[in-house]
Write a protein that binds this ligand. Structure first.
Ligand code: SAH
Length: 285
């Protein structure tokens, strides 16, 4: 595979180039050190109860314990997403859209044996993830491509499932979901885990706007997911509000040496009700 396998460049607009640049340069310890725990590199957040005892015990190994605990919570998030992809087996092909360094792709392959294609707009991430596939001996089963999720060039109706793990805030949903309606088999499953702003609060709060500026993204409203899904034959089957489940992760991260500076904005936005962490699963009808 070459990195440039589509005719159109993966980053087709000036905005997309800036997003690609961000992810090409990204080397945060909160991603790299956590991934090094067991080789599953995630760029998403965690869910579940924190084991606060990691902050106690010997000072010299405290950081190591925090890293392992944050990683455990991020893996729990990925596991929950995979639980919602529906029954999959070695005969199925699935798409990890906005795949980062490939953590969720490897997890899905390990759990189901299906063929996984991961796509990212970042050349570096694609190269990293393909190297991982080689090290794991799964090339040909798990493959990563430099592609734009809005215009993948993949064949029509070829995927049993598609997911976005924290990557829909980089694209216009009214352009994204028509592409998924094309790529998915009829009856196929779509899953997203995403932060969204809460329409019941109003428009994006200051803290939500801070998150947008930090990541160069555009967090969508809760309503826009359902509006754009229903306009594109995607019928929700499960909606899970993970907001309360993700707060402990952010509290631990804020108190850890791996904090990146955006922790308070997330905690404020979740706690004042302006921001929600949702899992949405839908079927293509
Ligand atoms: N899903 C991964 C990574 C989330 S970070 C994980 O859970 O670990 C967001 C990802 O979206 C990055 O990999 C970034 O390159 C990708 N991305 C952003 N805009 C994109 C686009 N238009 N097409 C493809 N990937 C995109």
């Amino acid at each position: 595979m070459t990195l440039h396998e589509t005719a159109a460049p993966a980053a087709a607009s000036a905005y997309q180039k800036s997003v690609a640049e961000y992810w090409n340069q990204e080397k945060n310890p909160v991603n790299l050190r956590l991934g090094a725990v067991d080789g599953f590199y995630h760029h998403h957040y965690g869910i579940g109860e924190v084991d606060w005892s990691v902050l106690e015990g010997p000072e010299e190994t405290r950081e190591e314990r925090i890293v392992a605990e944050l990683h455990r919570l991020e893996c729990a998030q990925a596991d929950l997403l995979v639980d919602h992809l529906g029954p999959l087996g070695p005969g199925d092909r699935v798409l990890d859209s906005g795949c980062g360094r490939g953590g969720s792709s490897f997890l899905v392959h390990e759990r189901t044996g299906c063929q996984v294609d991961g796509i990212s707009i970042s050349e570096r991430q694609v190269a990293f993830a393909n190297e991982q596939a080689e090290q794991r001996g799964v090339t040909g089963k798990v493959q990563f491509h430099l592609k734009n999720m809005l215009d993948t060039g993949f064949e029509t109706g070829g995927f049993q499932a598609i997911w976005n793990n924290e990557s829909t805030m980089y694209v216009d949903l009214s352009v994204l979901f028509p592409e998924y309606a094309r790529l998915l088999k009829r009856g196929g499953r779509y899953v997203t885990i995403t932060g969204c702003y809460n329409n019941a609060y109003g428009l994006p709060s200051r803290a939500v706007s801070e998150i947008n500026a930090h990541y160069i993204c555009d967090i969508h409203s809760r309503s826009s997911y359902f509006k754009e899904m229903s306009a594109n034959r995607l019928v929700p089957v499960s909606v899970v509000d993970l907001t309360r489940d993700t707060i402990p992760y952010w509290e631990l991260r804020a108190r850890s040496p791996l904090a990146t500076g955006i922790e308070d904005a997330f905690l404020t936005a979740y706690k004042d009700g302006s921001f929600q962490y949702l899992l949405i699963a839908a079927d293509l009808v």
